[in-house]
Design a protein around this ligand. Sequence first.
Ligand SMILES: [Zn+2]
Ligand SMILES: [Zn+2]
Length: 250
Amino acid sequence: MKNMREWALDLHIHTILSPCAGDDMTPPQILRRVKELGIEVVAITDHNSAENVEAFYIKGKEMGVKVVSGMEVQTREDIHLICLFDTLEQVFNWEKAVYQRLPDLKNRKESFGAQWLVDSEGNITGEVDRLLLMGADLSLTEVVNGVHAIGGLCIAAHIDRRAFSLWGSLGFIPDRPAIDNVELTPHLARNPDQLAQLREKGFNYLISSDAHYLDGIYPPQCFARIEEFSIKELKAAFLSQDGRYIRTTR
Ligand SMILES: [Zn+2]
Ligand SMILES: [Zn+2]
């Protein structure tokens, strides 16, 4: 129980690499905004790629914001899953597995948007050619098992949205360990059936901004009471173990 306290989290933020995200989503700009708002831990979760995570690690260290290695995978069933890891090495291993199962199509910038790579200062260093905004040929179960095998966690993204969500696709919440936790949006009305099911199954859900633009990053709405941020501690908070918990503002 030493040094346990609440940490303000936003575990779902896109960067300028996501074709649907704004050009303002660079390390200095995102991390400055996050700091202003009082968010202490951010996960970088681009669609099917982790190629900008390292730049955020570097800038996060400099600015005193904890950056978590992440990715938002689109499964074969078109379900979005937030995958989180402790290290860059883990997320790059996972990226390799996802790239092998992504359809080998070229991005068309005019139609889908650019997929920019940046350095820690936000300078453009290149772009990803392959189309990222696609379902990988990996099922929900394959993604969860693959992420667990590397030591990560899987969170069903924005289940209160119909599109690209676990709830929209299955119509129910599966039990652990089929999924580690679920995420709700900061803005949509809560669905009483969904909340009842979450309670019954013992999920203390997260709220994340899923920001694609700087002004889409919300003030903190989700807190984890943990010793320090790690995947192990986060998992213990999901399971409400030994005084750890997740608290949301709505
Ligand atoms: Zn999504
Ligand atoms: Zn997203």
